[in-house]
Design a binder for this molecule. Structure first.
Ligand code: 5GP
Ligand code: ZN
Length: 138
């Protein structure tokens, strides 16, 4: 547990939460400021800061929980779609430094737009960047 982490305090029951799921190493609860009602957060019970800190075996458990909780969020809210999102590091909008996945129920015509997309200068630029990323793989 990280002493100054709000999600660690929620998982420990020191701060109340609208709990949905508590199994194995995974906990899920409603986001206090939902994009749409039913917006849930799925988090590891142990404190890890980002995606890159999560152990692979826990990742498997988290994927199962994301599917289970995601389906339940859709059923309970009558949603016809679901966005799964994760912000890693402050530049990407991560405000709480305890790794978490957002499950956001979506409805036809709910008006939420995600992100603006751009074009590459050329297919050459795109090909080179793909090569650079592939070369950086672990
Ligand atoms: P981030 O920007 O780090 O990906 O998202 C953090 C999320 O945690 C935000 O959507 C925010 O509304 C939610 N959040 C922050 N503090 C609390 C809290 O005390 N309780 C709950 N339920 N959600 C919180
Ligand atoms: Zn934490």
């Amino acid at each position: 547990m990280s002493q100054d982490c709000i999600f660690c305090k929620i998982i420990a029951g020191q701060i109340p939460s609208a709990k949905i799921y508590d199994q194995g190493g995974v906990y899920a609860f409603l986001d206090i400021a939902p994009v749409n009602k039913g917006h849930a957060l799925v988090v590891p019970k142990k404190h890890y800061a980002t995606l890159f800190d999560l152990p692979d075996d826990l990742g498997r458990e988290m994927l199962a929980a994301l599917k289970n909780v995601g389906r339940a969020v859709m059923t309970a809210t009558g949603a016809s779609g679901l966005n799964v999102g994760m912000n890693n590091y402050e530049s990407a909008g991560q405000l709480v430094h305890h790794a978490h996945f957002h499950l956001i129920p979506r409805h036809d015509g709910d008006g939420l737009t995600l992100w603006t997309q751009h074009a590459y200068e050329s297919t050459e630029e795109m090909r080179k960047l793909a090569q650079a990323i592939a070369a950086a793989l672990g």
